[in-house]
Design a protein around this ligand. Structure first.
Ligand SMILES: NC(=O)c1ccc[n+]([C@@H]2O[C@H](COP(=O)([O-])OP(=O)(O)OC[C@H]3O[C@@H](n4cnc5c(N)ncnc54)[C@H](O)[C@@H]3O)[C@@H](O)[C@H]2O)c1
Ligand SMILES: CC(=O)N[C@@H]1[C@@H](OP(=O)(O)OP(=O)(O)OC[C@H]2O[C@@H](n3ccc(=O)[nH]c3=O)[C@H](O)[C@@H]2O)O[C@H](CO)[C@@H](O)[C@@H]1O
Length: 458
């Protein structure tokens, strides 16, 4: 089987390598000449567990090019960004990819769209463009097979996740299923194209709404004088409750934008857009906390740890860090950034020491594992404030080194500061909300008992 894959990014490249490593002859196509050159020389554009080994297994059957070639199967994995101003999906990359395939399309070919798209895009946009080839759908086969792997576990999930295959007709769905079966071990479910498009968007929207609820709980907890992390741990002991983690906002190429694909043509929906607004407003909320800590500091400098959109990956698309940095700079703060996972970023990246020397507040945004082992004693900050939006630091260790640590969603009752008079508000309250000063995270206010009846903490 010869397969031509358009788009060699976070999804298209691993998919191409998986097909090649499992016996298909793969032509990977990308419009970026430098990416194509690097891939043919053996340099991978991003890291992902297992991808180097996979590349070695795939190399004999994989070649990268800038133009598609005749093939049995064409697969589209190009970006589907959101127009920021209108909140409408930008399908120009998908349209271009279909236009590039059309001159090479022949009867008996199968075209698979993996990119995430609004419901109806396959029928209304992609298939008509492919039919400009002169071959009509039915004579070629078509399926929408949305990708559902999560960055950080891409290869494992591409292989083991269940797959949804939306076929134009039964034959298209069966053929697409048999092709994925070459490397997919998970269940494969067949449906129509529009349902598959909708299912993908529902999945990410459901996660976005759940994260928004966690973020709202964090704010409510602070108003109620509660530590939201302990409260969530307890609530999740319920067999039918599974609350997600609050954080500095939702980023990435999917969850931050896909919900808008569902609602862009709707006049009725409220919950989806409200969730988006809550998650988009989290950088403002975090900055309010920073602002209240730094109220008395002249010419403040803040240090951002983690500009990737989430932990242990290098992708910065739609990262909440971008908004937080812009807001902070507009407040007059000097901002320094540190992220060992990220290669390119619109702002300069520094090592941990340079990013913190003389700084007044460390703000942890991405939950990279490596931040858990940073030694506070090694940092030469001017003012020792930390805002931990992911609740990942060893707060006792930092407090012992003289840091005042604030955790998103920790509004626990507080105690007076003994000596130097620094009296920041508890939790991440918006500026202007008066709180008592605090010294360190207080013990949980809920007493729990272990199964053997001993008193303990969750
Ligand atoms: N990244 C993820 O975790 C993820 C997960 C599931 C689904 N998706 C969806 O998969 C799609 C691809 O996302 P991605 O993260 O891989 O994007 P990406 O930006 O990492 O990669 C896309 C690549 O396509 C190339 N490209 C653009 N137009 C092209 C064309 N006409 N022909 C050939 N190449 C072209 C770009 O140069 C780029 O290298 C999107 O619809 C996204 O929503 C992404
Ligand atoms: C339904 C689902 O699982 N979809 C996944 C998702 O991948 P993702 O990497 O975008 O997803 P997340 O890991 O959820 O991260 C998103 C943002 O939410 C923040 N976050 C997360 C959990 C939490 O409890 N609190 C938070 O604040 C996190 O920091 C980050 O900014 O979309 C891909 C493309 O469609 C899918 O393929 C993939 O299956």
């Amino acid at each position: 089987m010869r397969i031509c894959i358009l788009g060699l990014g976070y999804i298209g490249l691993p998919t191409a390598l998986l097909f090649a490593a499992h016996g298909a002859d793969v032509v990977g196509v990308d419009v970026k000449q430098n990416l194509v050159d690097c891939l043919n020389q053996g340099t991978l554009p991003f890291s992902e567990p297992g991808i180097e080994d996979l590349y070695r297994d795939a190399r004999e059957r994989f070649v990268a090019k800038t133009e598609p070639e005749a093939a049995d199967v064409f697969l589209i994995a190009v970006p589907t960004p959101l127009d920021a101003a209108t909140k409408v999906s930008n399908l120009s990359y998908v349209k271009n990819a279909a236009d590039m395939i059309a001159p090479r399309l022949a009867g008996g070919n199968l075209v698979i769209l993996e990119s995430t798209v609004p419901p109806g895009t396959s029928e209304r946009v992609v298939i008509p463009r492919l039919e400009k080839s002169g071959v009509v759908v039915g004579d070629f086969q078509y399926a929408h097979c949305p990708e559902r792997a999560i960055p950080g576990r891409t290869l494992q999930e591409m292989t083991t996740n269940t797959r949804i295959i939306g076929g134009y007709d039964r034959d298209s769905a069966e053929r697409a299923a048999s092709i994925y079966r070459t490397f997919v071990t998970g269940q494969i479910y067949r449906t129509d194209t529009r349902t598959a498009e909708f299912v993908k968007l529902m999945e990410n929207t459901s996660r976005d709404v759940s994260i928004a609820l966690a973020n709202e709980f964090a704010q409510l907890a602070e108003e109620c004088g509660i530590n939201v992390w302990k409260a969530i741990t307890l609530a999740n002991k319920h067999p039918r409750v599974s609350i997600l983690n609050p954080g500095p906002g939702v980023g990435g190429h999917c969850i931050a934008i896909d919900p808008w694909f569902l609602t862009e043509n709707s006049t009725r929906c409220k919950m989806v857009s409200t969730a988006r607004e809550i998650n988009d407003s989290m950088p403002n909320y975090v900055l309010h906390a920073v602002r209240s800590l730094l109220a008395g500091v002249r010419n403040p400098t803040i240090s951002i740890f983690g500009v990737a959109y989430k932990g242990n990956i290098g992708d910065t698309r739609e990262s909440p860090a971008l908004k937080l940095i812009q807001l902070a700079e507009n407040e007059g703060y000097a901002v320094r950034c540190h992220d060992p996972h990220v290669g390119e970023f619109p702002y300069p990246l520094m090592n941990a020491k340079d990013a913190t020397v003389g700084s007044d507040c460390l703000v942890v945004l991405a939950d990279h594992n490596c931040f858990c082992t940073v030694e506070p004693a090694d940092l030469q900050m001017r003012t020792k404030f930390v805002v931990d939006t992911r609740n990942i630091l060893d707060h006792e260790k930092w407090t012992k080194q003289g840091f005042i640590v604030r955790v998103l969603g920790d509004g626990s009752p507080v105690q007076p500061v003994p000596s130097d008079g620094i009296a920041p508000p508890a939790g991440l309250y918006p500026a202007g909300v008066v709180q008592q000063p605090i010294v360190s995270p207080s013990p949980p206010s809920i007493t729990v008992f272990s199964p053997d009846g001993r008193e303990g903490y969750p």
